[in-house]
Design a protein around this ligand. Structure first.
Ligand code: NDP
Length: 765
């Protein structure tokens, strides 16, 4: 026993273990089947689930087969009608009951999660479980308010939900709560490494008296996930790696299944010279050493301003050395076990490569003994191309680079294919908000990091996926009701290319493409005939030129909504002035009305301020995507073009539009309207020609951030499949819309023309 002075000199922590008994009792001799139609099935072929801190087996869990998945989907299908028919208030009662039951078993959930995943009990107890409960309460509220707040919308039906191992219960809550609130039924597949809290949750569903089949849980590995993606479900919601997200995008292409993807990240953590450096050091602890760094939005790339880099790095190393690695069940442990030896191997593999590429690793030695433990690490002296800087490590290893100017910080921050989150540290709110606006990320924390709430939308941009979870925005991902209901679209007749102008006239009357604010001959020099005229046959090269022109017109995305509105009103007036030259009188009149309508929205589609943590303003800003592709409908050549291109540009996007193939003339003739309306060159670009080929190029193009396709099934499928490259969100409609009525100016055009950026701004004197 040390004396008091000795103890004070040591200042070490005593052990503070949480007993695993509560969870081990629950697990005792358990082999789990799936949870289907309100009951557990008999275990099938099972595999062992282990504790990553010790390697000890915790339970046997069933490997889900195709038949198991089909059975679960059938149960969910059978329950769907009844569940959707309940009033929102009735569904809310079940969600409240689930929240209460989870609260009652908080300790069991926390201990079980820590045993299964390896995360420190402090985190599962204080973060994972309370947030999961909060999600059920919050969404019980949405169920209650559904009819008032989402009029005309309805659930998708059956949702397949696939979740990863880093926040097993919390990801379940993020997926299941909104789906049920919206009136969907679900089949959930937890990760192979961490299925246990989901199975405990299944017991709560029984206890809450949830109607059979509303929640189904099928365990297994990636094969079970793949079977769920292929099953007869109406929507897939996936959280996991970008590679698997891409695979799912391809697999679901053309199936009509709705899709949301929450994928990986490589989020910047930007420290300005004027930041509170001690606070920023604590921020790094929460950004990358929370949950062993196994966090999709982990601040894994520190960018620190040069003049404070040395001071900051020194303090960071000191702090890192004080973190306690060890038994996840000990309440004074900061860093627990990595989820599985394979993940530890993966982390080590990337770090070794980073070192081989010149980086310097600052890290305590790897501990001996059982369990997969990885001490916190810092990589310095690395170039922007170093693997540790580009690849998601998904472990407690952070990189550090310096920058000189705010502009350079933004450039480095955005130098990644991902766009999930960013953390910005500065005591100057003007600088912080300026940078928040410029980083490409779905979530931005100012002077903070890894803050989450059920009422704050969460989700990514670029290869971090699309769709939002949480808040009103997240509810929309589980609702539908704005889809077109007309006839199935048919492919236009094949066109016959002609070299140059075949009119035989000395004057070349062939219309031209419209790119970068100027008329351009098609690159290949070919045209094709449509009734009464020849039109340019655009090619891949023309699309690429148009995308480049749209890229350069980035100023349009920065001007005020008021400025955009003025240009669009002027444009509407000029369409009216051109009148019948552009098309049939009625269609022109409607196009003018439509143009005025979208012009009116340019400065009114506001973001929101969400109520989340105290002393915090959580903003949900609506940002344009940037460059969008629009494959306009064949029908209504003028009205369809105006109805689809105008909302996109009203929201600040620049567009590459492919007009009706069989009658692109009204769209091409709009160039004069654009030229006389002060529309900056490059904001609207028009490429005519074979829709399939042009869609192919737009879908593959990495600089096209979103794509709308109003076309026949084949082209829609092509667009969805090829969009998997940069994971751009694609909105496809195979059925015709009634462009003359309210469907022609549905609110969904606005919703799909923007992406939400959530900005957390804490305050306090
Ligand atoms: P995966 O993307 O492989 O797994 C996520 C979920 O998808 C799991 O339930 C998994 O099943 C399932 N799955 C795997 N393959 C398929 C498939 N073909 N079709 C449908 N579902 C499938 O991520 P991992 O768990 O393997 O982790 C690998 C890397 O992914 C990590 O190192 C990290 O970089 C990243 N990651 C990102 C996450 C995020 O939140 N953004 C979360 C987790 C990982 P099972 O696990 O049972 O094989």
């Amino acid at each position: 026993m040390p004396t008091v002075p000795e103890a004070l000199a040591l200042m070490d922590y005593g052990p503070a273990p949480e007993s695993p008994a509560i969870a081990l009792d629950w697990l005792k001799d358990r082999a789990f089947g799936h949870f289907i139609n309100g009951a557990f099935t008999k275990p099938g072929q099972t595999f062992a689930v282990t504790n990553p801190a010790t390697g000890a087996e915790l339970a046997q869990v069933t490997q889900g087969t195709d038949d198991d998945v089909a059975e679960a989907v059938n149960a969910a299908r059978a329950a769907a009608k009844g569940w959707a028919k309940l009033t929102g208030g009735q569904r809310a009662r079940y969600l409240y009951a689930l929240a209460r039951l989870m609260q009652k078993r908080e300790r069991l959930f926390a201990v079980l999660e820590t045993l299964d995943n390896g995360k420190p009990i402090r985190e599962s107890r204080d973060i994972d479980v309370p947030l999961a409960v909060r999600h059920f309460y919050h969404h019980a509220g949405w169920a209650e308010l559904l009819a008032d707040e989402f009029p005309g919308m309805r659930p998708h039906g059956v949702c397949g939900q696939i979740i990863p191992w880093n926040f097993p219960l919390l990801m379940l809550a993020w997926k299941v709560a909104p789906a049920l609130a919206a009136g969907n039924t679900v089949v959930l597949k937890p990760a192979e490494f961490t299925p246990l809290t989901a199975l405990l949750f299944a017991e709560l569903c029984v206890e809450a008296g949830l109607p059979k089949g509303v929640v189904n849980i099928v365990t297994g590995d990636g094969r079970t996930g793949a079977a769920l993606v292929a099953a007869e479900v109406d929507k897939i919601a996936f959280t996991g790696s970008t590679d698997v997200g891409r695979l799912i995008r391809r697999e679901t292409a053309g199936s009509g299944k709705a899709l949301t993807l929450e994928l990986g990240g490589k989020s910047p953590f930007i420290v300005f010279a004027e930041a509170d450096l001690d606070a920023a050091v604590e921020g790094v602890v929460d950004a990358i050493w929370f949950n062993q760094g196994e966090v999709c939005c982990a601040g894994s790339r520190i960018l620190v301003q040069e003049q404070v880099a040395e001071r900051f790095t020194a303090r960071l190393k000191l702090r890192m050395a004080k973190l306690r690695l060890g038994d996840p069940l000990d309440k004074s442990t900061d860093i627990g076990a990595v989820v599985h030896p394979t993940q530890l191997e993966r982390i080590r593999g990337i770090v070794d490569k980073a070192i081989a590429q010149g980086a310097i690793l600052h890290q305590a030695p790897m501990p001996e003994g059982p369990g997969s433990f990885c001490p916190p690490g810092l990589l310095t002296d690395l170039g922007a191309a170093n693997i540790a800087h580009t690849e998601e490590i998904f472990g407690p290893i952070v990189t550090l680079m310096t920058f000189r100017t705010p502009g350079e910080a933004v450039e480095l921050a955005n130098n990644t294919r991902y766009g999930l989150a960013a953390s910005i540290w500065s005591e100057n709110i003007t600088t912080a908000l300026d940078i928040a606006g410029q980083v490409k990320a779905g979530v931005v924390w100012i002077n903070g990091t890894n803050m989450f709430d059920a009422n704050a939308p969460f989700g990514g941009m670029r290869e971090s996926g699309f769709g939002r979870e949480g808040a009103r925005e997240g509810m929309l991902a589980y609702l539908t009701g704005d889809e077109a209901s007309g006839k199935e679209r048919k492919a236009p007749e094949a066109l016959s290319p002609l070299p140059g102008s075949a009119s035989g006239d000395t004057v070349d009357r062939t219309r031209k493409l419209y790119i970068g604010g100027a008329q351009k001959r098609p690159d290949g020099g070919y045209s094709y005939a449509v009734p009464g005229a020849q039109v340019p046959l655009g090619s891949r090269k023309d699309i690429r030129n148009a995308v480049e022109a749209a890229h350069k017109a980035s100023g349009w995305s920065k001007v005020t909504g008021h400025n955009r509105a003025q240009v669009l009103y002027f444009l509407a007036e000029n369409i009216a002035a051109r009148g019948k030259d552009l098309g049939p009188k009625d269609e022109v009149a409607l196009a003018v009305e439509r143009a005025f309508y979208w012009a009116a929205w340019a400065d009114k589609y506001d973001g929101r301020v969400h109520s989340t943590a105290s002393a915090n303003i959580t903003l949900a800003l609506k940002e344009p995507f940037g460059v969008m592709g629009v494959i306009c409908p064949e029908e209504a050549p003028l009205l369809g073009f105006v109805s689809t291109v105008m909302p996109a540009i009203a929201m600040g996007n620049r567009v590459v539009a492919v007009p009706s193939q069989s009658n692109p003339i009204p769209a091409l003739d709009l160039y004069q309207v654009f030229d006389t309306s002060d529309l900056p060159g490059g904001v609207v670009n028009i490429v005519t020609g074979p829709r399939g080929e042009l869609t192919d190029t737009l879908a593959k193009h990495d600089d096209v951030a979103a794509l709308w396709v109003f076309a026949e099934a084949e082209t829609c499928t092509l667009a969805e499949t090829l969009s998997a490259g940069n994971l751009k969100p694609v909105w496809t409609e195979q059925r015709q819309r009634d462009w003359t009525g309210p469907a022609g100016q549905s609110r969904s055009f606005l919703r799909r023309a923007v992406q939400v950026k959530t900005v957390w701004v804490p305050y306090g004197a």
